[in-house]
Design a protein around this ligand. Structure first.
Ligand code: NDP
Length: 277
């Protein structure tokens, strides 16, 4: 291994990951001497691969699909938000040799909404579509912003109900099916389903957007996602996708590892311009 501090993202698939580029950009910008690579790690090889990485001097890891729950189990200790979300996307080797697990996805979303898009969540009515791993990761950090209330809508109602039960001690949150959304309206709608990955859309009734409401798709692509297209058609003030969240969650991981906060807005603009060209 090289003398530089070693970092990596583990996942499967991993070929198209933007994380190496993002972290190398941050390292250059903050003059940190490190290497960051993407490694294909299927779930069944996760524990062995992580043990090997840290045994050979690795300092920190990102874990992506399908490894976040396994990383949660692996971590010796966890931040409160990671504990609640039951998923870990960042592992950091500590001075005492233990491994800390964090989940920076929700912080990344909130940073992108507030810092990059001037959207406030406080006292807002928020609808989250989907009740999978990504929804689980963003609810706590959204609740920390003190919204008026969160509604979670999901195709499989039980999963939404379970999530609401797990998070209701932190703030008002209710669960429902898509058919129950008729007649309701929101200030912010966040698509945390994976429907956009197959250019699909959850069955959303019209009229969900209040005046000046905004929409955010956690998924991102080179072209507007199905949800972003829906949001535009519904007249959303802003129709955003998850590219900014991707960069911001990486910035939080970088900060956890290196104690230096990189500047992310320039990189988001660069990646956004590249996909438009
Ligand atoms: P999961 O597989 O854990 O959950 C998927 C969710 O989507 C479930 O709630 C599922 O409903 C729902 N769903 C899937 N297809 C449809 C459909 N056609 N109609 C309605 N609901 C549907 O995925 P994740 O939570 O891990 O990921 C969700 C999204 O978030 C992905 O697009 C992912 O790329 C994105 N993401 C983006 C990040 C970023 O940094 N920008 C970070 C993390 C995730 P059901 O429970 O009924 O099956």
């Amino acid at each position: 291994m090289s003398h530089k501090d070693q970092y990596a993202v583990f996942g499967s698939p991993i070929k198209h990951s933007k994380s190496p580029r993002i972290h190398q950009f941050f390292a250059q910008q903050t003059q940190q001497d490190l290497e960051y690579r993407a490694v294909l790690v299927p779930a069944e090889q996760f524990e062995l691969a992580v043990n090997d990485f840290f045994a050979k001097g690795g300092r920190g890891l990102n874990c992506t699909v399908p490894l976040k729950e396994l990383a949660w189990v692996y971590a010796d200790k966890k931040t409160e938000r990671a504990e609640l979300s039951k998923a870990v996307n960042t592992l950091a080797l500590q001075k005492d040799g233990s491994v800390l697990g964090d989940n920076t996805d929700g912080l990344g979303l909130v940073a992108d909404l507030k810092k990059n898009n001037a959207l406030q969540l406080t006292a807002k009515k928020i609808l989250i579509l989907g009740a999978g791993g990504a929804a689980r990761g963003i609810i706590g950090p959204i609740q920390d912003e003190l919204p008026e209330a969160i509604t979670i809508a999901n195709r499989t109602l039980d999963k939404a109900l379970n999530l609401a039960t797990e998070f209701v001690h932190k703030g008002p949150v209710v669960a429902c099916g898509y058919e129950d959304l008729i007649g309701l309206s929101f200030d912010l709608i966040i698509n945390a389903t994976s429907a956009s990955l197959s250019d699909d859309l959850p069955p959303l009734p019209a009229g969900l957007l209040r005046d000046n409401a905004c929409c955010y798709d956690l998924a991102y692509a080179n072209k507007p996602t199905a949800f972003v297209r829906w949001a535009r058609a519904q007249g959303a003030l802003k129709s955003l996708d998850g590219l900014g969240m991707l960069v911001e969650q990486a910035a939080e991981a970088f900060y956890l590892w290196r104690g230096v906060r990189p500047e992310s807005a320039g990189l988001i603009r660069l990646l956004d311009a590249e996909r438009a060209s």
